[in-house]
Design a binder for this molecule. Structure first.
Ligand SMILES: N[C@@H](Cc1c[nH]c[nH+]1)C(=O)O
Length: 367
């Protein structure tokens, strides 16, 4: 046997599994305090219901199978956001707007991305359905930051992007052949100046626009000759002002990676010491059963990257309780917050039980 699990899958063992559960609790606890109540969508659902739920979402990266019971194709969720959209549009369709929901659970990807080899990930987040205003987006970004802070993550930075930027410019002040929008977006995302120039020279300043937030924002404002981007740029500025000094802020207006269905606003979340992003979010459109569209905004965090970097982890203190100790004393220790590990045999040792402390003469002693 070469490996126990397929590529991209792994078991979470102690202390990682506990750290992950604590992280989830801290994040959802912070969200709950902002009025985001938890929804727990199904692990799999009809592929049709999932694929078309968010406007502009292309064929999802979902693992599919034919359900022997319904004889229909089911998809295992690759992203919980679309499921929350479905719930808000259907069973909670009559709920007053905006609807605020949180979630946490495993998602499954057909293929791993270049950046992360994992195919099963723990995704957690919040979605606000019914609004995609500056106030709504500012709340969502603020909750994401607060949730991460509550989980012990420090040195957070946020990279904003304008996912529909090229489309807006192409349909407005800087027209290009609609068939070339995708190619142009790709080259801008790759910062391929030569490739951009081949399609439309007018877009070249966007290659240079990325960087620290304020400077990048000024460059974009100067570029925005026709005023087509004014409302987006003003909104972005207002959102960033609320975070200034608290988190690092950058702006990369043509970043497209991972932003498939987001509309006017997108953002990636980073933390120092973690390779790659730990979360993403933005505004998007939920499509109802009757075709009606509804604005929304949300964020998702990926727990494994955070835990792997040792962030969000709490001290692992374990108190070894020798054989024959009064159970009432052990119970009092737990009440005082200790993790107690009882010896069950005479030869047992604190070392064997990975303990950091020993209960001796009624007191915990550090080892
Ligand atoms: N679910 C998206 C992020 C998102 C949440 N809400 C809106 N966007 C992702 O994981 O990339």
């Amino acid at each position: 046997m070469t490996s126990l699990l397929p590529q991209g899958f792994r078991d979470r063992l102690p202390p990682v599994a506990d750290a992950t559960a604590r992280l989830e609790q801290a994040v959802l606890g912070a969200a709950f305090q902002h009025g985001y109540e938890r929804a727990d969508p199904a692990l799999a659902e009809f592929e049709q219901g999932l694929a078309g739920r968010l406007k502009s979402a292309t064929a999802q990266d979902a693992v599919r199978f034919v359900d022997p019971v319904s004889q229909r194709t089911l998809a295992i969720r690759p992203d919980i956001t679309a499921q929350i959209g479905r719930i808000a549009a259907t069973r909670m369709g009559h709920h007053p707007r905006p609807v605020r929901l949180s979630y946490a659970g495993p998602v499954l990807r057909l293929r791993a991305s270049q950046l992360s080899p994992e195919r099963e990930l723990l995704q957690m987040g919040c979605e606000l359905i019914g609004l995609d205003t500056v106030a709504a987006a500012a709340e969502i970004v603020g909750v994401a930051v607060e949730a991460l802070e509550a989980a012990g993550v420090r040195d957070i930075s946020i990279d904003f992007t304008l996912p529909d930027l090229v489309g807006v410019l192409a349909r407005g002040p800087l027209p290009i052949d609609p068939a070339q929008i995708a190619a142009l977006s790709e080259r801008l995302d790759a910062k391929d100046a030569g490739g951009v120039a081949e399609i439309a020279r007018a877009y070249l300043p966007l290659v240079e626009a990325a960087g620290p937030f304020e400077a990048a924002h000024h460059r974009l404002c100067a570029f925005d000759a026709g005023g087509a981007l004014t409302s987006r740029l003003d909104g972005l500025w207002a959102i960033a002002q609320g975070l200034k000094g608290r988190v690092g802020l950058t702006l990369d207006p043509t970043e497209r990676h991972g932003f498939e269905y987001q509309s006017w606003l997108g953002f990636s979340i980073f933390a120092s010491g973690v390779r790659g992003e730990i979360g993403r979010g933005g505004t998007y459109t939920v499509v109802h059963e009757d075709g009606a569209e509804e604005a929304a905004v949300g964020f998702s965090l990926y727990a494994d990257a955070i835990v792997a970097a040792g962030l969000g982890e709490i001290d692992r203190r374990r108190l070894f309780v020798p054989l024959g100790t009064d159970p009432a004393l052990t119970a009092a220790m737990r009440k005082a917050g200790w993790v107690t590990v009882a010896a069950l045999e005479a030869g047992d040792t604190p070392e064997a039980q990975l303990c950091t402390h020993l209960l001796a003469e009624g007191e915990p002693r550090a080892l």
